[in-house]
Design a protein around this ligand. Structure first.
Ligand SMILES: Cc1cc2nc3c(=O)[nH]c(=O)nc-3n(C[C@H](O)[C@H](O)[C@H](O)COP(=O)(O)OP(=O)(O)OC[C@H]3O[C@@H](n4cnc5c(N)ncnc54)[C@H](O)[C@@H]3O)c2cc1C
Length: 382
C-alpha cells in the first residue's frame, strides 16, 4: 500500500464516531473522520436536543461499567471543550414493580452497588405529581447521578476537540465502500477518491449495513415530539423538578420517555415499543414527516400518564434506532481482523455510552485492553 493518509479513518461522525475521533486524537493517533453531513445534523440518531444519561443500565449488566466510565469522559470532554455538555438533573425509571424497567434497573443497581432510591407507589405519587395513573403495583427507581447530555452540542464538541488535538474532519463526504487491503484499508468516497489508512473504524449508525451488510441491523423510525402544557399558566408545573428525565413502562408494556420543560417552554416526549408501533425505515428514506398518526398513540397514553398537555406537539422530528437482534451494540473487529473496527448497532440506548465506546475504539487501535467488559458486543456473536 502507498503511504497512508492517516493511521485511522473513522467513517461517520455521529456521537460514536465523534467520540472515537476525539479519543484517538487524545491518544496521539493520526486520525481522519469522514461524514456525509455536518456534525450535529438531524438525519441520523444523534439529534433532538437532549439525551438521558444514567448508569443503572437495565439493558445489560455489563453496560454499567461502560456507563460509569462514559460519565467520567463526558466531564473530561466538557472541560476540554469549555462547554456545559452534561446537566446532572437526576433521573427516574417508573413502572410496574415486577416489570422489566423497574426490576431490570433495580437488578443493575444492586449488582453494581449504584446509588439509587427505590420509591413505592405512594412515594411516586408524592414526588412526581405530574405523573398520573400510578397504581399500587407501580414503583420507581431514582438515580441522582442521572441527567441530560446536550446531544448535538456534544457531537460538535467531540469533533472540535479532536481537531484541536490534530485530527482532521472531512464533512460532506460520502463513503461508498470499504476495501480491506494488505496492510490496511481503502475508504472509497463518492467523489471517486479513496483514503488510505492502517485501520478503518465504521461508526455509520443506521447506514452501517450499506457498508457492512453482514452486520444484522433493523432500522426503526422513531418520532420525537415536544409538547407544551395545555394551559400556558401551568408551564412552571411541568419543569424538570416535577417531571425529571424519565422512562415509564405502562401496563400495556410500552414505554413513554422524556423530560419536563428544559428550554423553550416544551416537554420532550416519545414512545417506545420495539414491536408494533415503530416502523422500519431506510436511512436515506424520506419518511421523515411526523404526522398525527405518529403522535396519536403517545398522546392517548399521555392523557392517562401525564395529563394536562396540549394534545398537538409544538415540534417534531424523526430519529432512527439501528436495532441488533439482541439490542446490544456492535463493538470490535469482525473475524478479529484488526484492520476493521465496527462501533454501532446502538439499539436506541447508546448516546450515554459514546465516550466510553470512543475510548474502547482507541484502545483496540492501540492494542490496549479495554478498561470495561466488551465481549458481549463483539460483532461475531451472531
Ligand atoms: C429518539 C431517540 C432517543 C434516544 N434517547 C437516548 C437517550 O436518552 N439516552 C441514550 O443513551 N441514547 C439514546 N438514544 C440512542 C442514541 O441517540 C444513539 O445510540 C446514538 O445517537 C447513536 O449514534 P451513532 O453515532 O451510532 O449514529 P449516528 O448519529 O446516526 O451517526 C452515524 C453517522 O455516520 C454518518 N454516515 C453514515 N454512513 C456514511 C457514509 N457512507 N459516509 C459518510 N458518513 C456516513 C452519518 O451521516 C452520521 O452522521 C436515542 C435515540 C433516538 C433515535
Amino acid at each position: 500500500m502507498r503511504s497512508p493518509d492517516a493511521e485511522v479513518v473513522v467513517v461517520g461522525l455521529g456521537v460514536f464516531g465523534a467520540a472515537a475521533l476525539w479519543q484517538l486524537a487524545a491518544a496521539g493517533v493520526n486520525a481522519v473522520g469522514v461524514d456525509q453531513f455536518t456534525p450535529g445534523h438531524g438525519f441520523g440518531s444523534s439529534h433532538g436536543g437532549t439525551r438521558m444519561f444514567r448508569t443503572a443500565c437495565l439493558e445489560h449488566p455489563d453496560l454499567v461499567p461502560l456507563a460509569r466510565r462514559s460519565g467520567q469522559l463526558w466531564q473530561e470532554l466538557a472541560l476540554a471543550a469549555g462547554e456545559n455538555l452534561f446537566e446532572p438533573t437526576g433521573g427516574v425509571l417508573i413502572g410496574p414493580r415486577a416489570g422489566h424497567v423497574v426490576a431490570g434497573t433495580v437488578a443493575a443497581a444492586r449488582r453494581h452497588g449504584l446509588d439509587v432510591e427505590v420509591w413505592n407507589a405512594a412515594e411516586v405519587r408524592d414526588r412526581l405529581p405530574r405523573h398520573a395513573g400510578i397504581g399500587d403495583h407501580h414503583a420507581a427507581v431514582w438515580e441522582p447521578a442521572a441527567g441530560l447530555i446536550a446531544a448535538e452540542a456534544a457531537v460538535r464538541a467531540a469533533v472540535r476537540v479532536a481537531v484541536g488535538l490534530g485530527a482532521r474532519a472531512l464533512t460532506g463526504t460520502r463513503v461508498t465502500r470499504i476495501e480491506l487491503v494488505a496492510g490496511g484499508a481503502l475508504v472509497h468516497t463518492a467523489d471517486g477518491g479513496a483514503l488510505r489508512a492502517g485501520r478503518v473504524v465504521v461508526a455509520a449508525g443506521a447506514w452501517l449495513p450499506t457498508l457492512l451488510p453482514a452486520i444484522p441491523l433493523r432500522v426503526l423510525r422513531v418520532p420525537i415530539t415536544w409538547f407544551r402544557p395545555g394551559d400556558p399558566a401551568d408551564a412552571d408545573r411541568y419543569g424538570l423538578a416535577d417531571v425529571p428525565v424519565f422512562i415509564r413502562e405502562l401496563d400495556d408494556g410500552t414505554c413513554v420517555w422524556g423530560h419536563g420543560v428544559h428550554s423553550g417552554g416544551e416537554l420532550k416526549l416519545g414512545l417506545e415499543d420495539h414491536g408494533g408501533l415503530l416502523r422500519e425505515m431506510g436511512p436515506d428514506g424520506d419518511d421523515r414527516q411526523v404526522t398525527a398518526a405518529d403522535w396519536a398513540p403517545l398522546v392517548r397514553r399521555l392523557g392517562v400518564a401525564l395529563p394536562g398537555l396540549d394534545p398537538v406537539p409544538s415540534r417534531a422530528a424523526v430519529c432512527m434506532y439501528p436495532m441488533t437482534p439482541d439490542r446490544q451494540f456492535v463493538l470490535g473487529s469482525p473475524g478479529d481482523d484488526t484492520r476493521l473496527i465496527v462501533a454501532g448497532g446502538d439499539s436506541g440506548h447508546g448516546f450515554k455510552h459514546a465516550t466510553g465506546v470512543g475510548e474502547v475504539v482507541a484502545d483496540l487501535v492501540r492494542g490496549a485492553p479495554p478498561p470495561v467488559p466488551v465481549a458481549f458486543m463483539h460483532p461475531d456473536r451472531w
